[in-house]
Structure formats: C-alpha cells, structure tokens
Design a protein around this ligand. Structure first.
Ligand code: PMP
Length: 365
C-alpha cells in the first residue's frame, strides 16, 4: 500500500509582481559602535535642535490619540512658507511614502514609469510592486540625467516620470534650460515628479527651484522631505506640492494617520527654526566642497555634487573601497560594480574617508 503523497507546501498566495524585488537595504542601522560613523544613508549629522525635540516629545503625552489626519497646522505652516495653496499639499511617511502613493495613483500593470538610472533605489522597487513597468534611461557619461533620451522614451503607456534633482547617488542637479526643454516635450497627461529631497543643498543658481516649474505646469509635482536638510529622518515626514487632481489622489492613497503628531510638530518647529537649520546646511555644503576638493587633489574624478553626498565611480573596486572604509570605522553605500556614495557627515568621519581614499588611490597607482 502506498503512502499518501505529502500535501504540497502551501501558504498565502503572494503576487508574482513581488518576485525578485530586492530588499531595500539601508546599510548599517543606527546604534553603532562608539567611534564608528554611518555615511551610508545621506542623513544629517547634527542632532535635533532642542526646541524641535521638545515639541516632538510634548506630543508623546497624547500617544493614546491618533494624530491630526488633516495635518491642519503643518499644512498651514507649509502653505505660508512656500506660498502654495494648502489644497495643493500632501503629506507622506517620508517622501518615499509619497513616491509610492504617486505610483499607486497613476500606474498599474501595463503602464510605464520612466526614471534615470542609476537613481534613487526605491523607484524600481515601488514601480514593480505596483505591477507597472520600469523604463530606465541610463545617465550620461557625466553622471547626469539624459533628458532628451528620457523624452524619447515616452510612449502612450507612460504615466509617470521621476526626475531626481539633485540625483541620488551621483549628486548632479539639472539646470533650468535642460529641464524646461524636457518638460515642454512631456504630454500634459503624464505626471512628472521632481524629487527634490536634497533641494536645500543646491548652490548652483542655474538649477531651478521645482516649485517655479510646478507653478507653471499642472503636470508637475514636487517632492520634498524633512529627512535631509531639516534633520528629521527618524520622524518620517515628507510632502508633495501638486495641482488638483493629483493632490486629491494623494489624499486618497495616503496611509490613514501615517504621519505621527510628533512628526507633524517637529516639522512645524523646523520650519520656524529654519535659519538655524539652514546655517547647518551651509556648513555641510562647505564641508562637501572641502571633501570634493581633497578627493580631486588625490586624483579622483568626483562629479560636482549639489547634495549632501559625493559619488565615486569605482567599478570593480567598489566593494574593496567600501570594505576599506568599513575597516576604518565608516560605513559608506556601495552599489556593486558601479560605485560608492559617501554622505558628507561629521568632519571626523569625512577625514577618515579622505584618508582611506588617499591610501586606496596610492595603492592602485
Ligand atoms: N528621494 C530621494 C532622492 C532620496 O534619496 C530619499 C532618501 N534617501 C528619499 C526620496 C526619501 O526620503 P524620505 O522618505 O526620508 O523623505
């Protein structure tokens, strides 16, 4: 007599769209050994301002309550600060949360989402989760968006285009003339998302503020975050500025109560403390200049960064360089076979990277 066959291993059926999606890998988590540094997530090295921290902590006394889902006070503060209608604002669990909502709102199976590559690593993940198709347009040899090629890639299935300026991880930002020429080629029914997570670090005056372009064009949406210049990465709060009906779609796709009251309060306090925070950004920009100049002296080709990180295209040497930094106590972000992105952080950490980079260069001739 035959044993009955074991039942097939079964479990919940998961969508095939998830197959092969790489796990989002942020590098080493916070909570590091003393004397070691994390330059792998483009965080702000400065701790929260006391007033910002206080208002976030104060919100904790009402932890039994849901946050204000309409975020009325934060929307009012943002609307005034950026001179936009409150109805054109949307909040998200970080700007990555809003990027995901934008795809949910515009693209599904069969639709196409265009972005430059390499760029922010969340774009392919959130596109694939939605079931839409990624159309990746390679960066130019100078590590910039190839906007004419991106315009050529538009089809009647294109629903969304991410333009990351400054671009993560290369740091290059897009100048006005090229960006407006590109936008002129985008059909009115295709949404262009200007991902300006690093906007406050831009010093090139020819790089436009995306809000100028949003004001002129109903199909342009601007993505900003409190995670970088404002130093609130741990609070998870980002926002979008978009015309109706995109703003309305963002309200529909938002995770209910996705931005905590502590995050909302901290964001408001940060807008009020902007002078102090932007002085820190100035210091980081100066430090970026110092790091880039030293690397250039050592013989590295460093694309001009307008963000809080620099990009070293290392090709096959990528993992060896990242390992050398790690051994010296600094975690950087390697992209296998391509290069390493190094956040501009604490001076001491930047100095360690510069020492490792100098030695690495000397050893390889
Ligand atoms: N856009 C870009 C280009 C980024 O580099 C990042 C963070 N690395 C984000 C968006 C998301 O940041 P957050 O979700 O913290 O706002």
């Amino acid at each position: 007599s035959q044993e009955p066959a074991a039942p097939p291993v079964s479990g919940p059926r998961l969508r095939a769209a998830l197959d092969g999606i790489p796990a989002y890998s942020p590098g080493r988590p916070a909570g590091q050994e003393p004397g070691s540094f994390k330059l792998s997530s483009n965080e702000n090295p400065y701790p929260p301002l006391p007033g910002v921290l206080e208002t976030a902590v104060a919100a904790m006394s009402s932890l039994n309550r849901y946050p204000d889902m309409s975020a009325a006070a934060l929307f009012e503060a943002l609307a005034e600060h950026f001179a936009v209608p409150a109805g054109h604002l949307a909040l998200g669990t970080g700007s990555v949360g809003i990027a995901q909502q934008l795809i949910q709102a515009t693209a599904g199976p069969g639709d196409e989402v265009i972005y430059a590559w390499r760029s922010f690593e969340a774009y392919p993940i959130i596109t694939q989760i939605s079931g839409a198709t990624s159309v990746r347009v390679p960066l130019t040899a100078t590590e910039e968006h190839d906007l004419p090629a991106m315009a050529d890639a538009i089809t009647d299935r294109t629903r969304l285009i991410f333009v990351c300026t400054p671009n993560n991880p290369t740091g290059r930002a897009i100048r006005r003339a090229g960006l407006t020429a590109f936008l002129d080629r985008v059909p009115a029914d295709v949404l262009v998302v200007l991902d300006e997570a690093y906007r406050e670090f831009v010093r090139d005056e020819q790089v436009p503020d995306g809000l100028e372009l949003y004001r002129e064009r109903p199909n342009v949406c601007v993505l900003r975050t409190f995670s970088k210049a404002y130093g609130l990465a741990g609070m998870r709060v980002g926002f979008a500025v978009a015309h109706e009906p995109v703003a309305a779609a963002l309200r529909k796709t938002a995770v209910p109560f996705g931005v905590s009251q502590a995050a909302q309060n901290a964001a408001i306090a940060s807008l009020r403390a902007e002078d102090a925070l932007l002085a820190r950004v100035d210091a980081l920009v100066a430090e970026r200049g110092r790091v880039a100049a030293r690397l250039a002296e050592q013989g590295w080709t460093v694309p001009e960064s307008q963000a809080n990180f620099v990009w070293l295209r290392l090709g096959e040497d990528t993992s060896a360089f990242a390992a050398a930094c790690e051994a010296a106590g600094v975690t950087v972000r390697p992209f296998a076979g391509e290069g390493v992105r190094v956040t501009v952080g604490e001076t001491e950490a930047n100095d360690i990277v510069l020492r490792v980079a100098g030695e690495f260069r000397a050893a390889r001739g």
